[in-house]
Design a protein around this ligand. Sequence first.
Ligand code: LHQ
Length: 258
Amino acid sequence: MSVLRVEDADAGVRTLTLDRPDALNALDRELKEVLLAALRSAARDRAVRAVVLTGAGRAFCAGQDLRERGETAPSLAIELRERYIPIIEAVGRLEKPVVAAVNGVAAGAGFSLALACDLRVMAETATFISAFGRIGLVPDSGLSWFLPRVVGPARAAEIVMTTDPVDAATAERLGLVNRVVPAEACLAEAQALAARLAAGAPLALGLAKRSLAYALEHDLSASLAFEAELQGIAGRSADHAEGIAAFTEKRSARFTGE
Ligand code: LHQ
C-alpha cells in the first residue's frame, strides 16, 4: 500500500493525499520520494490542470518523521538538499495551480509544504506549528522565506520563536490561508477551487504563477519587463484566441492549453 494516494477527477484535478495517518503523515524516506515523483509526474501530464495536496486522517503533515531521524543522512543539510528542497522547488516550478487542503495540523516541514502551495484552504480545527524550535532546529524547507513575506517580519518571528500553534482564525486574519471552512468540507472546498482553476487557460495560469513568483524577488522595472515577455507568449496562444472568440460570441471559453 502506498504512502501517497493519487486520485484524478474529471475536471483535470489531481489530488495527492499524504497517507501515513498513524504518524500524522510525517515525511519518511519513502513518502518524500513518492511525493517528489508525483509532483514531477503532475507537471508532465497534460491532463492534470490543477493539483490538490492534503493529508489522510486528522493531520495535514507533521514534518520530518522523527522516528526515522537516526536512519536518515547524518547531516541535516544533506537531507534538506537531497530530499526537501527538490520537493519545495517542484511545487513552485509546477506551472499549474497547487491548492493545499490543510485538513489538520501542519507542523515543521509540513507547515513549509503548505506555504509552498499557491493557495490554502484550511479546516477550522487545523493549526500551523513552526515545530522546529521545539526540537532545537531552525526553520527549513522555505519557512523562513515564505513566512515573513506573508505575515511580515514581526509575526514571522513570533510564530518561529514561540513555536505556538497558529489557529485557523488567526491564520486567516494573517493572510496565511485563502479560506477557512468546516473540517468536513475542507477537501471538497479545495477540490472545487482547484476545479475552477482547472477550467482556466492552463498556459496563462502557469505563466501567471511564474510572474507572481518573479515579482516577489525583483523590482518594478524588472517585473514589468518580465510581464511583457510572458504576455508576448500568452498572446500567441490558441487559448488567447479562444478567449477572445468566446467573449465576442458571448459563450464560455474552452481552453486547451495550446
Ligand atoms: C510523529 C510525528 C513525526 C513521527 C507525530 N514523526 N511520528 C528536515 C530535515 C531533516 C530532519 C529534521 O527535520 C526537518 C524538518 C522538520 O520537519 S523538523 C520538525 C519535525 N516535526 C515536529 O517536530 C512535529 C512533531 N510532532 C508534534 O509535535 C505533534 O505530534 C503535533 C503537534 C504535530 C500533533 O500533536 P498531537 O495532536 O498531540 O499528536 P501526537 O503527538 O500524539 O501524535 C500522534 C502520533 O503521530 C504519535 O504516534 P503514536 O504511535 O504515539 O500514536 C506521534 O508519535 C506521531 N507523530 N508527529 N514528526
